[in-house]
Design a protein around this ligand. Structure first.
Ligand code: SF4
Ligand code: SF4
Length: 442
């Protein structure tokens, strides 16, 4: 039987930590740092967004109440902090389903626990991903007070957002989401917008981007391509996608249009995760987005009952690493199963990707989307390939310029002047030899 770790009394006021203690010797294959997306309500959500892959995950736990118990919360946080004890900062991430359904007391308790668990001088970053509909003044006071970074899911202006983001009765959700966002802003809570790009909004990139920037005042944006397999589980069978899924070429056009607008007006003012990741790749640094890393495997998903899965996109029986009540999280992270999962991102690339000019930035994107076939007939090409290729080709010139500026100790936003200035018939400053109006001023 596993030894039960002793934790401070204040932590055990409501219940004891369960599960194994940190092993005396850190497993040599364990990553120094890793990211856990904890789902305290499992896939349960108060909305019914048509494309949400997590709603179907209820079937994994039939009859379950989908609520993280207090003793599991204590166990989870204890293990998370033990496993990353030497780091200067630790990020605690909550998502769902809809994590705010746990109620505010759960998060007060979680924050209190992290205060007991962190080393002196160790910083804790609290983040939560929410649809925003349940936020209140009381919520926002906690989020502001504890410096939470809140990710709020919005797919564009209401007529685009409401296309798929509906409640259980099929009613639009935008009013409630925007009310939540207004509360966040009133309380000065840091937020970023997570926008899924799907069949409904894929052809409106500038309308979507300008709405976030100008109407909502957002400075941090993340775009996520909706790619849903058309089968019962939405997972790993067949290569057809649902009609809600983004079209690969439209995905490329979407990113390109937003990039050109950003390049001329917003570098250094608006931060977009795809562009940040690309700049890191052009600088030869590992990007923060796992999908553009050579390997992955350091971002796992924790279910409400302690089950740990290889990734948020692989919450499937085959990718269950174990349960943290039985095996310490650090051992699951270090397991050969998880290490193999991460390395497969690199080793399973088809030759077509290995020969690709933009592989250094793309790395075949996420394995979840690799169900296409290459022109040579090899399996494993990313469904989004044509769009990704177009996007990375298009940004090559500006990315080289920004990377050079940074290498010289200057600021990347100096590029804005260069690209905002030329006439539409002048040569594009990116060096492509094309007129600006056919290049980065389209
Ligand atoms: S499978 Fe995809 S989302 Fe998951 S860690 Fe790897 S690259 Fe990231
Ligand atoms: S752009 Fe296409 S071919 Fe190139 S690495 Fe990405 S998925 Fe592979």
């Amino acid at each position: 039987m596993a030894e039960v770790n002793k934790v401070p009394v204040a932590i055990t006021a409501k219940s004891a930590s369960v599960g194994p203690a940190m092993p005396d010797l850190r497993p040599p294959t364990a990553p120094e740092s890793f990211h856990v997306m904890a789902k305290p309500t499992g896939p349960i959500c108060n909305l019914d967004c048509e494309y949400c892959f997590f709603l179907s995950k209820e079937a994994l736990y039939p009859g379950d109440r989908f609520r993280m118990a207090d003793e599991l919360l204590v166990t989870y946080l204890r293990q998370l902090f033990e496993a990353q004890e030497s780091l200067p900062e630790i990020t605690v991430t909550w998502q769902g389903g809809e994590p705010t359904l746990m109620g505010i007391a759960f998060f007060r308790r979680a924050v209190e626990l992290t205060e007991h668990l962190r080393r002196t001088n160790q910083r804790v970053n609290h983040t939560i991903q929410t649809n925003g509909t349940l936020l209140t003044d009381e919520w926002c006071e906690l989020l502001a007070d504890k410096n939470f970074l809140v990710g709020i899911s919005i797919d564009g202006p209401p007529h685009l957002h409401d296309h798929y983001r509906v409640d259980k009765r099929g009613n639009p959700s935008s009013d409630k989401v925007l009310r939540g966002l207004r509360l966040l802003k009133r309380h000065n809570v840091d937020f970023n917008i997570l926008c899924t790009v799907n069949a409904a909004n894929q052809d409106h990139p500038l309308e979507v981007y300008r709405y976030f920037r100008d109407d909502l005042g957002a400075s941090f944006l993340q775009f996520i391509a909706i790619v849903e397999r058309d089968n019962e589980t939405g997972f790993q069978e067949g290569n057809r996608v649902t009609e809600r899924s983004v079209d690969p070429d439209a995905w490329g056009r979407f990113l390109i249009s937003v990039f050109d607008e950003w390049l001329r007006h917003d570098v250094g003012k608006v931060f977009i995760s795809h562009f940040d990741a690309a700049l890191a790749s052009w600088l030869g640094v590992t990007p923060a987005m796992c999908i553009f890393g050579e390997t992955c495997g350091n971002a796992v998903a924790l279910e409400h009952n302690g089950d740990l899965y290889s990734c948020d996109h692989f919450v499937e029986p085959r990718y269950l690493l174990g349960n943290i009540v039985e095996t310490h999280m650090i051992e699951l992270m270090a397991s050969s199963q998880q290490r193999a999962f991460g390395i497969a991102k690199r080793d399973d690339l088809p030759q077509y990707c290995l020969d690709c000019d933009v592989r250094f930035a793309c790395h075949g994107e996420c394995p979840k989307n690799r169900f296409g076939v290459t022109p040579d007939g090899d399996r494993g090409l990313n469904y989004l390939c044509s769009g990704l290729k177009a996007f990375f080709d298009h940004i090559d010139g500006p990315m080289r310029i920004m990377a050079d500026l940074l290498r010289q100790g200057r600021f990347a936003d100096e590029i804005t002047e260069t690209f905002a200035a030329p006439g539409r018939n002048d040569p594009c400053p990116c060096g492509s030899g094309k007129k600006a109006k056919f290049c980065h001023q389209r």
